[in-house]
Design a protein around this ligand. Structure first.
Ligand SMILES: O=C(O)CCC(=O)C(=O)O
Length: 343
């Protein structure tokens, strides 16, 4: 009989007054295990990390060092400039205990609900049919340039020195650059226009914004072969796949050949049948890589590509002479659907 380690109680609020934080820390330091409360734990993870401006990858790496909970709380504070807004604490605790958001937050959410739609009938029709849509001018050109500069700085490279682009940046993993917090990256995360787009697609403005990383996809001709990832899903393929919405903001004008983001349009509607067609013994991911063709989505700097997470997707090799720079972001409600069994 296997013995699962004992985790802290989700009601233990620690020094920061946050439910679930100690419970999750105690889980992360020993690694994940199958649990009866896996859905609640993953929802709490997403809400806490969003509310506390933390990236999933950096938290998992940090917890790998097995530091104490007190040290973890210190690091969380440091990531938030030394203090966490009490309203944020109240909103997180409310969301994770099934209570409504505090009135001051409700007012902000209502203001988003009242904004004019940013996705019109044509875009919503495309969302329904194809499972993806572009929000143009999600942030303005100056904000885009500032965010792009953050990516260049994280890579230790310059747009003027192409000879630098072919090496691996210090924070780079595939096309991802593990940088999560910078004032220039907050502009898109706090944009009412971006919030409204997600609110229209989710049917509620009561959403959480991820603190996601950025990306750099250099031209292959600069010397670095395309690093992937290849076509994939970031969600379990166990049917039915609950709604989940991902997003990528182009920080540079991006042609289809310039390592554009790509996806298989419409597959959110056909994935059940497609899964039935996967030969027995073959993993759907491998079958997808062997048989599906992705459509690259070109875009201007400032375009936010939004897609249903049931669409297989990925970056593509950059055959141009300019790198592709992006910021990843997504919004979700605290009670999002989640399938803990992974396929
Ligand atoms: O950077 C890209 O084009 C793809 C990003 C991606 O695959 C993801 O966010 O899961």
């Amino acid at each position: 009989m296997s013995h699962l380690p004992t985790f802290a109680d989700s009601a233990d609020q620690g020094r920061l007054g946050l439910v679930w934080l100690k419970r999750l820390w105690s889980q992360w330091v020993v690694g994940h295990g199958a649990r009866a409360d896996a859905v609640a734990a993953w929802r709490a993870t997403k809400v806490l990390l969003s509310g506390l401006n933390l990236g999933v990858e950096e938290v998992m790496r940090w917890c790998g060092s097995r530091a104490s909970f007190e040290e973890f709380e210190d690091w969380v504070l440091e990531c938030n400039g030394g203090a966490i807004d009490p309203l944020t604490v109240t909103r997180i605790n409310a969301a994770l205990t099934g209570a409504p958001p505090p009135p001051a937050i409700r007012e902000r959410l209502d203001a988003i609900e009242r904004l004019p739609d940013v996705l019109g009938p044509a875009e919503l029709g495309q969302w329904h049919e194809q499972g993806w849509v572009v929000l143009p001018n999600a942030i303005d050109a100056a904000a885009c340039a500032a965010a792009a500069q953050v990516v260049w700085d994280a890579q230790g490279m310059s747009p003027e020195r192409p000879e630098e682009w072919g090496r691996f940046g210090p924070r780079q993993q595939c096309v991802f650059v593990q940088l999560f917090r910078h004032p220039a990256l907050r502009v898109a995360r706090e944009s009412p226009r971006v919030h409204k787009a997600f609110a229209q697609l989710w049917g509620t403005a009561d959403l959480w914004m991820t603190t996601d990383r950025v990306g750099f996809n250099p031209p292959e001709r600069s010397g670095l072969q395309f690093q992937g990832p290849g076509i994939h899903w970031d969600v379990s393929l166990v049917q039915p796949i609950p709604l989940g919405i991902q997003g990528l903001l182009y920080l540079s004008d991006t042609t289809a050949e310039q390592g554009a983001f790509a996806l298989v349009p419409g597959m959110h509607r056909t994935i059940g049948d497609w899964l039935d067609s996967v030969p027995s013994g073959e993993h759907p991911q491998h079958f997808a890589a062997r048989t599906l063709t992705m459509t690259p989505i070109a875009g201007k700097a400032g375009d936010l590509v939004i897609w249903h997470h049931a669409l297989p997707h990925g970056p593509t090799p950059n055959r141009s002479d300019q790198p592709r720079l992006v910021q990843y972001l997504k919004m979700f409600p605290a009670d999002f659907g989640y399938q803990p069994e992974w396929l």
